[in-house]
Design a protein around this ligand. Structure first.
Ligand code: NAI
Ligand code: MG
Length: 381
C-alpha cells in the first residue's frame, strides 16, 4: 500500500512457459486459469523443450530456450517424456541418423546450467483429501539438485586410464582392472562442501523463517562415508548457527520406515540429490500422490516450478489428470516472486475445493476433468 492508501500497481513479470509434452500441456493450461483469475500480471513466453525437439533438432533443450530462461523472472514447466536413448538407437530416427547423438535429460541439464541447487518440495495433507495417508502431515523436503549421483560423470565404457588410476588407488577395484571396459560401469557420486552447505543452510533458514522446530538430515554416512560423511559433517557445522532449531539425522533406509511409521516426528528434511529424490516421492505419496506433488528448482537468479510427475502418456490428451500439483507449483512461484498474498489466496482456494470434495479428478475417486478442477479453484478466488 502507498501512503495515500492506494495499492501500488503490480509489477508485470516475464514468465517462461514450458509445457513440454503429454499431460504437461494440460496441467500447465490449468495453472494458467488460476493465475489469470488472480490477475497475476505477466508476459508468458513459450519455450520449446522435450523429446519432440530432440527428434527434430537433436536437442531436447534448444539454445533458444536456454536464452529465454536467461531473460525471465521465473519459469513454469509441465512435464516431458524422457527416453534414455543410446547413440546406436538414435540411428533409427531418420532425422538423427549419422549424428552420433545420445539423449540427455533437459531437466537435469537445466538444473545444472542455471545452478538451480535447491529442489524444494512441500508435502502437505490438505484436509478432506481422500488420498491422505494420515491427516495433518506437513513436511518440507529440501533436495540438493545439482551434485551427488546425478553429477552426470558416468562411464558405461570405462576408459582404460580411469581403470588404471582406480586400480592403483583402491584395493577392491584392482580385481576389476582386467575386465573389458564394457563389462562394468561407473557412475560417480560427487558432493562438495559448498554444495552441501548451501542446501542445508536453505533448510535451516526456512525453518527459522516459518517457525519450524526441527531439521532432519537424511544420508547413509555409515556406509557411504566420504560423500555422505561430508554432508552430515557440514550439516552439524551449519546447525550451530541455529541454536533454536533442533537438528537430527537418519539413514535413508531407516528414514523411509520411520516416515511411514510416524510422519509427525518430522518437519523439515534435507538430503543430497538421490536420497532427496526418493524421500520426496515418498512424502508426496503420503499427501495424495503425484497429483499433489509440487516442486521448485530454485537458484540465485532463476527458479523453475513444476509438478513432480512426468508426462503420463497413457492419460495424455484426455483432460483426466489432477492439476493440483501444478497449481500448487504456481503458488510456490508466486511466493518466490514475493507475491505472497496471491500465493496464500491460491492455496486457500485450492484447500477449500479439496475440503468440499465436490470436484475431484479420477485419482481422488471422482470423474471431473483437469480444467474443471482448475475452474473450481478459480471460482473460489
Ligand atoms: P508419470 O509421473 O508420468 O506417471 C505415472 C502415473 O502416475 C500415471 O500413469 C498416472 O497414473 C499417475 N499420475 C501422474 N501424474 C498425475 C496427475 N497429475 N494426476 C493424476 N495421476 C497422475 O511417470 P511415468 O509413467 O513413469 O513416466 C512417463 C514419462 O514421463 C517418462 O518418459 C518419464 O521419463 C517422464 N518423466 C518426466 C518427468 C518430468 O518431466 N519432470 C518426471 C518423471 C518422469
Ligand atoms: Mg523423482
Amino acid at each position: 500500500m502507498s501512503l495515500s492508501g492506494e495499492k501500488a500497481p503490480q509489477k508485470r513479470y516475464r514468465i517462461a512457459w514450458l509445457p513440454g509434452d503429454g499431460i504437461g500441456i494440460e496441467v500447465l493450461a490449468a495453472a494458467r486459469v488460476v493465475l489469470d483469475k488472480l490477475h497475476f500480471t505477466a508476459e508468458y513466453v513459450h519455450g520449446d523443450i522435450g523429446w519432440e525437439f530432440w527428434c527434430k533438432e537433436g536437442d531436447a533443450f534448444p539454445q533458444r530456450t536456454i536464452d529465454l530462461l536467461k531473460s525471465v523472472d521465473a519459469a513454469m514447466f509441465g512435464a516431458i517424456t524422457s527416453k534414455p536413448v543410446k547413440a546406436a538407437e538414435a540411428e533409427l530416427v531418420p532425422e538423427l541418423k549419422g549424428r552420433g547423438l545420445v539423449y540427455r535429460s533437459p531437466i537435469v541439464r537445466m538444473r545444472q546450467l542455471f545452478d538451480l541447487y535447491n529442489c524444494l518440495r512441500p508435502c502437505k495433507a490438505y484436509p478432506g483429501n481422500p488420498l491422505n495417508f494420515k491427516e495433518n502431515i506437513d513436511l518440507v523436503v529440501f533436495r540438493e539438485n545439482t551434485e551427488d549421483l546425478y553429477s552426470g560423470v558416468e562411464f558405461n565404457q570405462v576408459p582404460p586410464e580411469l581403470a588404471e588410476v582406480l586400480a592403483r588407488l583402491s584395493k577392491p577395484f584392482a580385481a576389476f582392472k582386467d575386465l573389458p571396459g564394457d563389462q562394468y560401469a561407473i557412475s560417480t557420486k560427487i558432493n562438495t562442501r559448498k554444495g552441501s552447505e548451501r542446501i542445508i543452510r536453505e533448510a535451516f533458514e526456512f525453518a527459522k523463517k516459518f517457525g519450524r522446530k526441527k531439521v532432519t538430515v537424511v544420508h547413509k554416512a555409515n556406509v557411504v562415508r566420504a560423500t555422505d560423511g561430508l554432508f552430515l559433517e557440514t550439516a552439524r557445522e551449519v546447525a550451530q548457527g541455529y541454536p533454536e532449531i533442533q537438528m537430527d539425522n537418519a539413514n535413508i533406509d531407516a528414514m523411509c520406515m520411520w516416515l511411514l511409521k510416524n510422519p509427525f516426528n518430522y518437519d523439515v528434511l534435507v538430503a543430497p540429490n538421490l536420497y532427496g529424490d526418493i524421500i520426496s516421492d515418498l512424502c508426496a505419496q503420503m499427501v495424495g500422490g503425484l497429483g499433489f506433488g509440487c516442486s521448485g528448482n530454485i537458484g540465485e537468479k532463476l527458479a523453475v516450478f513444476e509438478p513432480t510427475h512426468g508426462s503420463a502418456p497413457k492419460y495424455s490428451g484426455q483432460q483426466k489428470v489432477n492439476p493440483i500439483a501444478t497449481i500448487l507449483a504456481a503458488k510456490m512461484m508466486l511466493d518466490w516472486l514475493g507475491e505472497t498474498e496471491m500465493g496464500a489466496r491460491l492455496e486457500t482456494a485450492t484447500a477449500a475445493v479439496i475440503k468440499e470434495g465436490k470436484v475431484r479428478t479420477y485419482d481422488m475417486g471422482g470423474a471431473n476433468k483437469t480444467l474443471e478442477m482448475a475452474e473450481a479453484i478459480a471460482a473460489k478466488l
